[in-house]
Design a protein around this ligand. Structure first.
Ligand code: ADP
Length: 258
């Protein structure tokens, strides 16, 4: 039988400390195909670190992260101690994932097209002509195909982020991770990026996102995960969390919105 409903991502009891300070504590989370999971919570609560542990941009030091059932980053039972897997194996396990960064992270010395092509050629080992085709398709999807030969510095922040999204989409991810994709943008540029994310949602893209755009999060998410002090305090549907918050922490967090 197909396992279409098997989780793409699982976190089991994930913990992480920076210089002895715990920033993630006992994080348990599964993401299934088609879900849009949004991490919310006060600044410093561990949302971005949790997202970065999902693809091993940050090494977790307790628990397990599984991508499509495969352990990410650590083989066997050696966590926190000896053995971290080779970069090649990590890249292989996290292949179903792609990430969109807060600061876009475009290479300034490459054109828009090359920014999208490079990961396909270097990472995915795609032939250049196929990579160019895939890149143009992705740029088209975010409305940036006409800027393919421009330099990133010529673009607005919103346009740069749309290229950042295209670069991730060209990898054909099964799960897209978005780390505060609009928080580095001028207010008038936020909506164009949210529109792109909305269109991905309509197409059924599975996503885990960190955002402070609460109205957007409430509208788009199948599940909200509220974090505070490195813990997942509550999670549930937006309706559940907005109308029946169980914890005082969440009530306090949501209060300014009403
Ligand atoms: P959020 O995304 O909820 O704002 P973060 O995951 O960015 O929270 O940060 C959680 C905590 O971890 C914060 O106290 C932050 O200062 C700390 N932190 C994040 N990254 C690092 C790092 N690379 N080195 C040291 N401390 C860090």
């Amino acid at each position: 039988m197909s396992n279409a409903s098997a989780p793409i991502l699982e976190m089991h009891h994930v913990g992480k400390a920076f210089a002895g300070n715990p920033v993630l504590r006992d994080i348990n989370l599964s993401v299934h195909p088609g879900e849009i999971v949004t991490l919310i919570g006060p600044s410093g609560s561990g949302k971005t670190t949790a997202l970065r542990c999902m693809n091993f941009l940050e090494a977790y030091d307790q628990g397990e992260v599984l991508i499509k059932g495969q352990l990410l980053g650590y083989s066997g039972n050696l966590r926190g101690k000896a053995h971290t897997d080779s970069p090649a194996l990590i890249a292989e396990v996290r292949r179903p994932l792609a990430m969109v960064f807060q600061q876009f992270n475009l290479w300034p010395h490459m054109t828009v097209l090359e920014n999208v092509v490079a990961p396909l050629v270097l990472g995915k080992k795609m032939p250049r002509h196929a990579a160019k085709h895939a890149a143009m398709t992705a740029l088209n999807q975010v409305g940036m195909a006409q800027k393919a030969s421009d330099w990133p510095v010529r673009l607005s922040g919103g346009q740069q982020q749309r290229v950042g999204i295209a670069r991730a989409l060209a990898l054909e991810p099964e799960l897209l991770l978005l780390d505060e994709p609009t928080s580095a943008l001028d207010p008038e540029r936020v909506e164009e990026v949210l529109d792109v994310i909305r269109s991905l949602a309509k197409q059924g893209m599975t996503m885990v996102m960190v955002t402070h755009e609460m109205a957007f999060a409430a509208h788009i998410s199948s599940r909200l995960v509220f974090m505070a002090d490195g813990y997942i305090v509550e999670s549930g549907s937006p309706r559940q969390l907005f109308t029946q918050p169980e914890s005082e922490r969440l009530r306090i967090f949501l209060a300014p919105l009403f």
